[in-house]
Ligand binder design. Structure first.
Ligand code: DX5
Ligand code: ZN
Length: 216
């Protein structure tokens, strides 16, 4: 099942409701929410209070990507705020297995995320528990960066492991996604596509969504 997850990182924060309704109306499947703490990544965005404010304005699942150190400390708060999927970075805690368990215990879908420099081998022992695996296709922290080609091999590896072991995770990609790179990731085995600047930095986000959907 192919899904499109617009990232509100590139939306107008003074008009979040308008920008979320715009992508929902035009066929988005998830709302991707980037949480940054200025520690794990060199940028600061938003916290559980904003997720809570967004929850009632859309029916779409909220795909919450935590780019924060010690994510364990905030899992409950994001679950309570209304997250449907919570993603934690393998690099953000020495206790990634516990962090995934904590998400599942909240009855929220659990996602593991790896940076471009992190191998799939680093997460192999938690893959059976995960509902989604996010392969970062840029270094996290900012929207509008260029797709890193070397990450495609990891998408293929995860698709093979899924097939071989009967795992149930979706494979998500995030960073530098435009129609051309979406197509490359699709062919490698990804099925959930995050796009921020491609959708929101354009005159017509509706046309951009249409262009992405055409190649997916
Ligand atoms: C980057 C974030 C992304 C970001 C993607 O750290 O995780 O979700 O919004 O932005 P684009 O699509 O512009 O690369
Ligand atoms: Zn993200």
């Amino acid at each position: 099942m192919i899904k499109l997850a617009p990232s509100i990182l590139s939306a107008d924060f003074a008009n979040l409701q308008r920008d979320i309704e715009l992508v929902e109306k035009n066929g988005a499947d998830y709302i991707h929410i980037d949480v940054m703490d200025g520690q794990f990544v060199p940028n600061i965005t938003l916290g559980p209070n904003v997720v809570k404010a967004i929850r009632p304005i859309t029916k779409l699942p909220l795909d919450v990507h935590l780019m924060i150190t010690q994510p364990e400390n905030y899992i409950h708060a994001f679950a309570e705020a209304g997250a449907d999927i919570i993603g934690v970075h393998a690099e953000a805690t020495p206790h990634i297995h516990r962090a995934i368990q904590m998400i599942l215990n909240e009855n929220v879908k659990a996602e593991i995320v790896i940076n471009p420099g992190t191998p799939v081998a680093a997460i192999q022992h938690v893959l059976s528990m995960c509902d989604q695996v996010l392969v970062m296709t840029v270094n996290p922290g900012f929207g509008g960066q260029s797709f890193i080609e070397e990450t495609v091999a990891k998408i293929k590896e995860l698709a093979q492991l899924k097939e071989k072991n009967g795992y149930h995770y979706d494979i998500e990609v995030d960073g530098g996604i435009v129609p051309k790179t979406a197509r490359i990731c699709l062919e490698a085995g990804a099925n959930v596509f995050v796009a921020g600047s491609y959708i929101y930095d354009a005159d017509s986000p509706a046309d951009q969504i249409k262009a992405l959907k055409e190649v997916l």
